[in-house]
Write a protein that binds this ligand. Structure first.
Ligand code: FMN
Length: 204
């Protein structure tokens, strides 16, 4: 079972979640995982003004994904920051380049799952994940979320991301908050859960 974690991160929050997702995948025997970033679409001077260039150095070694690579995976876990309640433009542009794969039905039957980050608690995590699912369904993917079997998504003793739609983290208005232990645990659970399902599906 081969899993691909494909994400965009501007300041590192989604990147940390992606690492936890990959750790979860690796908990499943026989599962292999690769991490990929989607191509950047913003010029360096814009990224510099947004204060992102320095943060992105920490994960610049993660290879850039090609659309063809999606075909080699049994499961694809997509990570995106929320932008106005939707996925970021970088991810949208990457997905909009998958028309050839759609035409061939190349992703039909693969497991797809989404995790996110937003600045605020109610800033659109669920709308980002659910609207992302539309694209996965057009590709014929089997959509998997974060079941309540990960009970810690119900915590109210601390602020936490995570919903049945997928794991998530809250960055704060200035990006000052990094993923909490609970949010990282949710991401690990999602990675493992997706890998277990994809392993069952990939058995002859
Ligand atoms: C153009 C733009 C739009 C954004 N829209 C939202 C939003 O709708 N809701 C929200 O809570 N945060 C919003 N954010 C904050 C990002 O979601 C946040 O910076 C991001 O999730 C941090 O993750 P990263 O470090 O992996 O990029 C927005 C940020 C930008 C730059």
């Amino acid at each position: 079972m081969q899993a691909l974690v494909v994400y965009y991160s501007m300041y590192g929050h989604v990147h940390q979640m992606a690492q936890a997702i990959a750790e979860g995948v690796q908990e499943v025997g026989g599962a292999r995982v690769q991490m990929r970033r989607v191509p950047e679409t913003l010029p360096d001077d814009v990224l510099k003004k947004m204060g992102a260039l320095e943060a992105q150095k920490a994960f610049s070694d993660v290879p850039i994904c090609t659309v063809e690579e999606l075909t080699s995976a049994d499961a694809i876990l997509f990570g995106t920051p929320t932008r106005f309640g939707n996925m970021c433009g970088q991810m949208r542009q990457f997905l909009d380049a998958t028309g050839q794969l759609w035409a061939k039905g190349a992703l039909v039957g693969k497991v797809g799952s989404v995790f996110v980050c937003s600045a605020t608690q109610h800033g659109g995590q669920e709308s980002t994940i659910l609207s992302f699912h539309t694209t996965l369904l057009h590709h014929g993917m089997i959509v998997v979320g974060l079941p309540y079997a990960f009970q810690e998504q119900m915590r109210i003793d601390e602020i936490t991301g995570g919903s049945p739609y997928g794991s998530s983290t809250i960055a704060g208005g200035k990006g000052e908050r990094m993923p909490s232990e609970n949010e990282l645990a949710g991401a690990r659970f999602q990675g493992k859960h997706v890998a277990q399902i994809a392993t069952k599906l990939s058995k002859p």
